[in-house]
Design a protein around this ligand. Structure first.
Ligand code: ACO
Ligand SMILES: O=CC(=O)O
Ligand code: MG
Length: 362
């Protein structure tokens, strides 16, 4: 595969297109809330959701009926033009690159609402060539429409080939903002035998060893504990490494069992602990869960601040509550402290919560 030279990587891909960003801003995006702009009832709720969620995403791809594709596109234009999004980001998910709708999605949205669109999510990305295609056409459309800042690209990791090519996808363009896991399409593409949209599966487990009987042999009739495993661990970890390597942001994706808020929270928390910055929300009930899970806890911030205070110039080793802390664990703590500071800038309730934590003397 040929790569652009380093000096050309940040050159606009069309005359008059905005200068590409050298760093992707770390804007809070704990929940990317999906809505169907062709569903009038759902769309009517969107203006009131501004400020309650970090990202509102007008979905044009899967979950939108073929007959409603044009109405969804036009509905998104109308909502975007009529709504002041304040601190809330506006994203869209366009149709797949091999679909009959995607060209019109791009050529309609960029001129009409390009100044308001922060990020375009591209589904079913297979490799760098898909990002290069969107990158160039966005530059052409931005130049034509006089857009002043580059629209960023977010890719969904939901094909086996996409997972195999995840590194080159992340590094394909300075527009790359992040990746989301697409467990439903990925399961289908890999021919995994789960019909669930994200989450675990009771059949994917490890079982405790059989206890020894009096004869010293395993008692295979004894009851044994089983531990359900995470089907998505490998892909999420791979995605996190690729994103961190390229300075972009990893997200979990959809959790389809809307009623099972407990398992949803577990899946989101696993992703948070592994390094994801946010997740999708498919239903209003999932926004609160995501905002809670993807914000550092009071306990973590209290501990992290103690370590920061105790570590002085950031070198050496100290004992806190019987545990060793050093330069590396200080960096772990700074990840949480810096995230809390970013979130506090846009979430007054969270700011009050973090401000109320007693900060130790240095
Ligand atoms: C694998 C993938 O690609 S996942 C991404 C694609 N899928 C999606 O985007 C799905 C988005 N979500 C939805 O379509 C819906 O939430 C569904 C179909 C899952 C459930 O819809 P419903 O059965 O109507 O849910 P429910 O009855 O609980 O809705 C309660 C209220 O919330 C509203 N609501 C539901 N989902 C949303 C949403 N995503 N955004 C805003 N409002 C919503 C409903 O309109 C309803 O309003 P009402 O009280 O005024 O009647
Ligand atoms: O688009 C999301 C998925 O899981 O598929
Ligand atoms: Mg999908």
């Amino acid at each position: 595969m040929s790569h652009k030279s380093a000096k050309d990587f940040f050159r606009p891909l069309a005359v008059g297109a905005p200068q590409p960003l050298r760093e992707i801003p770390a804007r809070p995006s704990r929940a990317i809330h999906f809505f169907d702009p062709s569903n009038e009832k759902m769309a009517a709720k969107i203006p009131a959701m501004v400020g309650t969620v970090d990202v509102l995403l007008g979905n044009l791809e899967d979950a939108i009926k073929a007959d409603n594709k044009v109405a969804a596109r036009e509905g998104l234009v109308k909502i975007a033009q009529e709504t002041d999004f304040g601190p809330t980001q506006l994203w869209t998910r366009i149709n797949a690159l091999d679909s009959p709708w995607v060209l019109d999605d791009l050529t309609t949205l960029v001129p009409a609402i390009g100044e308001k669109l922060d990020v375009i999510m591209v589904p079913k990305v297979q490799g760098a060539e898909d990002i290069h295609y969107v990158d160039r056409i966005l530059a052409q459309l931005e130049a034509k429409a006089g857009i002043t800042r580059p629209i960023l690209i977010h890719a969904i990791l939901e094909t086996a080939r996409g997972v195999a090519n995840v590194e080159e996808i992340c590094g394909a363009s300075p527009r790359m903002q992040g990746l989301s896991l697409g467990p439903a399409d990925l399961a289908a593409d890999r021919k995994m035998k789960t019909t669930r949209v994200g989450g675990g599966h009771p059949g994917y487990l490890v079982r405790e060893d059989a206890p020894r009987g009096a004869d010293g042999l395993p008692d295979l009739d004894a009851k044994r504990a089983i531990f359900q495993q995470d089907l998505w661990h490998y892909t999420i970890a791979k995605m996190v490494d690729a994103c961190a390597t390229h300075g972009i942001y990893p997200y979990y994706g959809p959790f389809g069992d809307i009623k099972d808020t407990v398992a949803c929270e577990d899946q989101f928390r696993n992703a948070f602990l592994l390094g994801c910055v946010g997740t999708w929300s498919l239903h209003p009930v999932q926004i609160k869960i995501a905002n809670r899970v993807f914000s550092p806890s009071v306990e973590d911030i209290a501990h992290a601040r103690r370590v920061v205070a105790a570590m002085g110039d950031g070198t050496g080793a100290v004992m806190i509550d019987g545990k060793m802390e050093d330069d590396a664990s200080l960096k772990q703590c700074l990840v949480l402290v810096e995230l809390a500071e970013k979130l506090a800038e846009i979430d007054p309730d969270l700011k009050a919560t973090y401000d109320a934590i007693e900060t130790p003397e240095a």
